[in-house]
Ligand binder design. Structure first.
Ligand SMILES: Cc1cc2nc3c(=O)[nH]c(=O)nc-3n(C[C@H](O)[C@H](O)[C@H](O)COP(=O)(O)OP(=O)(O)OC[C@H]3O[C@@H](n4cnc5c(N)ncnc54)[C@H](O)[C@@H]3O)c2cc1C
Length: 457
């Protein structure tokens, strides 16, 4: 790294806009357990203009940069090497505007998801993207990873909630497409070029988010299901029977439900005996209406033998207790060492896939514990494989990812590719698709300076 660069960057962002030495190395490169930051400096621009000047300087000196948001990413996308410079959006956290008439919110990319959700709510509106790391994950990070979460079934991934976007390219060019309209078919959709590309094509600096009407009521149930085939029948019934209000359909395999409700933190709302448990949630215009709709749906499902037991929550405290079971990933740490996977595949392929996977795991690691839960409505499974040595990481990853190719599944439903999933990208993307991705990278970042080595080689 050029010795003068730090001084030149400091003239752009000021002394408080740059960290070096211990201030850098005591930071981490990601979520819990991630390695310490290896970069030479953390540059913290205060606005788009400063970032643009920073990137111009870096490009002029062939300086590699890695973008840091809230560092809750789970695939090593924010990892640094010595010689890199981190670009952190932590000083760009403003909510620029809430436009209630057009139902949009314009924000800087460093603002966290929870702040956006709360600001939308205070304005009587709703930002639907939601995930467990909401207090730390930034809007820029959720856009860069096209984050999913608990409400994808109803509102789509982050992509569906971004109307406009501003990004800074590797050479400092500012691409500002801050449109507020849903319909904008004027050639290539540039905002979408940056969504889900994990900071490899540009740094997201501002976004126009699409807000929705605030749901005024909701109802939640936990049901027990005896047969896998009944899960998709139940999903179809819920989609048609809840008048478009279905917002979550979260399935917990018995091994997940048993493990989590076996801890002191929870009491099982339904006895541990069914192979599957599903949280069904509907949102609409009033609690009473949603409660009545969901109750009627549960009656129908019982009549058709799709479910064997059910509990309909009667208060927000009861609702929170049910979601706390689904969200208690901490309980899984008791199976350490664990290997966590986030995959997607057609619902019809899930059962044979999981059976074959379990057989392979049992053969190689008889002591394994394979725990499954997920957003079934989105075809998204989270698989946690415990009691398998960390040294077998690559072997177990191959067991999980390779068979997905045959059933047109995805090695990454929500979390992205980053560094950790890069060796397996070819199981989900054809050679032609990877070639197009490389062509885009080459066009926008010909010197490979932006998040180098992430997603693609
Ligand atoms: C407890 C927990 C629960 C989670 N649940 C979910 C879930 O349900 N669904 C889901 O999809 N994910 C989930 N995640 C993963 C994570 O929260 C998301 O990937 C999130 O979008 C990352 O945001 P971040 O700001 O923390 O990004 P970071 O971790 O800082 O960065 C992630 C990637 O985006 C890039 N990046 C960050 N900011 C920018 C920017 N402004 N411009 C360009 N690139 C940028 C980084 O370089 C990196 O490649 C969960 C994580 C945790 C820890």
């Amino acid at each position: 790294m050029n010795a003068n660069l730090i001084a030149e960057l400091t003239t752009v962002v000021g002394a408080k806009g740059i960290l070096t030495g211990n201030d850098v190395h005591q930071r981490r490169d990601g979520w819990m357990g991630a390695p310490a930051c290896q970069a030479e400096a953390v540059v913290r621009p205060a606005n788009t203009e400063e970032l643009s000047a920073v990137m111009r300087l870096c490009e002029g000196q062939n300086q590699t940069t890695v973008v840091h948001g809230g560092l809750t990413g789970l695939v090593g996308g924010a990892r640094t090497e010595s010689g890199d410079i981190v670009i952190s959006l932590e000083r760009m956290r403003s909510i620029v505007e809430i436009d209630s008439l057009n139902r949009t919110m314009t924000v800087e990319a460093g603002v966290n998801l929870q702040t956006v959700q709360e600001a939308a709510e205070a304005a009587g509106l709703f930002y639907p993207v939601d995930l467990g790391a909401r207090g730390s994950a930034t809007i820029g990070g959720t856009i860069a990873t096209n984050a999913g979460g608990n409400r994808v079934l109803r509102y789509g991934m982050t992509r569906e909630s971004v109307l406009g976007l501003e990004a800074v390219l590797a050479d400092g060019t500012v691409v500002s497409s801050l449109s507020k309209v849903l319909k904008n078919n004027t050639g290539y959709n540039l905002p979408h070029l940056f969504i889900g590309t994990e900071g490899t094509l540009g740094i997201v600096t501002r976004a126009v988010l699409r807000l929705r009407p605030k749901p005024l009521g909701e109802a939640t149930a936990l049901v027990a299901v005896d047969d896998f085939a009944n899960l998709s029948r139940l999903l179809n019934l819920a989609e048609s029977g809840l008048g478009g209000g279905l917002s979550s359909f979260e399935v917990m395999w018995r091994n997940f439900y048993e493990l989590v409700t076996g801890t002191e933190r929870h009491r099982p709302p339904l006895p541990v005996q069914a192979p599957y448990y599903v949280i069904i949630e509907t949102q609409g215009s009033s609690n009473e209406q949603e409660q009545a709709r969901l109750e009627a749906l549960l009656g129908q499902a019982l009549e058709q033998d799709l479910i064997s037991d059910a509990v309909l929550t009667q208060s927000s405290a009861e609702r929170e207790k049910i979601w706390a079971i689904r969200d208690d990933v901490e309980a899984l740490f008791s199976l350490a060492p664990i290997h966590a996977f986030d995959i997607s595949l057609p619902i019809s392929a899930m059962e044979p896939y999981l059976e074959a996977l379990q057989a392979q795991l049992d053969e190689q690691w008889p002591q394994n514990r394979c725990i499954v839960f997920g957003h079934l409505g989105d075809g998204n499974l989270h698989i946690i494989i415990g009691k398998v040595p960390t040294s077998d990481k690559a072997l177990v990853e191959d067991r999980v990812y390779r068979p997905l190719q045959a059933c047109n599944g995805s090695i990454s439903a929500e979390h992205g590719i980053g560094l950790d999933k890069k060796p397996y990208l070819q199981y989900s993307r054809s050679a032609a698709e990877i070639a197009v991705m490389k062509a885009l990278k080459q066009a926008l970042d010909p010197k490979n300076l932006l998040n180098p080595g992430k997603v693609l080689n």
